[in-house]
Design a protein around this ligand. Sequence first.
Ligand SMILES: CCCCCCCCCC(=O)SCCNC(=O)CCNC(=O)[C@H](O)C(C)(C)COP(=O)(O)OP(=O)(O)OC[C@H]1O[C@@H](n2cnc3c(N)ncnc32)[C@H](O)[C@@H]1OP(=O)(O)O
Length: 434
Amino acid sequence: MLPTRLCIMRKLPSLLARTLTSGTSASPGLLDMSEGHSPIHVKNVRSKLRDIVGASTNWRDHVQAMQERKALHTLLAKRQEDLPPRRMKDSYLEVILPLGSQPEIREKYLNVHNSVRFGRILEDLDSLGVLICYTHTKQETQQRSPLSIVTALVDKINLCQKIIHPDCDIKFTGSVSWVGKTSMEVRMHMLQLHDGDYSPVLDATFVMVARDPENKRPAFVNPLVPESPEEEEIFKQGELNKLKRIEFSTASLLKMAPTAEERNIVHDIFLNTLDPRTVSFRSRKLPPNSVWIEDAKLKGLEICHPEERNIFNRIFGGFLMRKAYELGWATACSYGGSRPFIVSVDDIMFQKPVEVGSLLLLSGQVCYTEKKYIQIRVHSEVYNANTREHHTTNVFHFTFISENEVPQVVPKTYGESMLYLDGKRHFAAVMKEI
Ligand SMILES: CCCCCCCCCC(=O)SCCNC(=O)CCNC(=O)[C@H](O)C(C)(C)COP(=O)(O)OP(=O)(O)OC[C@H]1O[C@@H](n2cnc3c(N)ncnc32)[C@H](O)[C@@H]1OP(=O)(O)O
């Protein structure tokens, strides 16, 4: 187990998670959510998604399948008010990943340390998040959904278990927790079975956006009506999360200068790296137990084959997250020199879809460290070999804890200092929730 301090279960999700682990301590409003829902096997989540949108199973048929989806345009609502409101429990789903009771599925999830690959969990959360949104927007009269629902943001994933066991059943639960005009916030929880009881492993908050059948323009989604004071609190938190995201992005170091306190930090680092033997701005010296930030990175390349496509024939967001996470883990591992454990994932923004056939360049960077913690940023971009253009598709932020204290990472240039400050901000936001 992580130290208690690290157990980042926020009040409401943990209430929901607790509710689902035992029938006795539950609050009635939340308990209702699991009633009448039979769990879905994890392997059926993707097939359900394919059925909902009418996705092709053969790559060669994908153009025709997309053509057929165009006809669904007429089913889109002209105004959000035309869509019937939904309750949180309408989109509530439970998914079982039976690692304990069906050992034959373990291999795909296993890492070399005999625990569960977190990258695989990211893929399952992404598919489940989308299925929850399709459940929220389901119209009984429609055989196929006209909506293309895509992952826009992984707001946060906070873990409260260091190890995920490869031989115990896992349960995912979740529902839509907030709705805008065309976007939906989804809260999910993961629990693992130990001695007959499910105990919480992680909480995740994703934002999904609904688009038209061709994934070109935004499309309205059903409003959400909270039914109890607890649900009102969850809904309000969703609203606050949106405001916080706007605030964080407005103050981004890509748009605004650092604060006075941050400028002092950067200048102190600069002074600390001046060579005392020379009176020069240029002559820089690495302080003891430190690593230059430029020497703390790892790069990778993925060719995006059709196998990794999603139901809209773009690259599956979960696959992108798995690849970025694994590079982030390797970067933390080679930096710290011991096995890192994931503590938190935050603010993964899916800025642009990745087309099948793309060359995806991934760059993992240690951008901030503190004691045993390593803050990693993975930048992914698509390279077009014909035009020689690069486009950023995602930026991922991961917080790891290492077994031992790690060296300090030191920026040299102004750009690297901004990377350092951005990492420090993300780290502070994660620690605030602990
Ligand atoms: C078959 C096996 C696989 C099955 C798996 C199925 C799962 C499929 C899920 C995926 O794999 S999706 C693939 C990964 N995701 C992407 O490729 C998305 C890439 N990004 C985009 O396409 C656009 O950036 C995006 C559609 C997300 C937003 O486009 P815009 O920036 O033009 O959005 P717009 O300004 O029109 O705003 C539309 C809504 O999105 C919201 N929004 C946009 N970006 C956001 C963001 N970053 N965070 C939160 N909300 C965001 C925005 O607030 C607004 O909400 P409201 O209408 O409710 O006010």
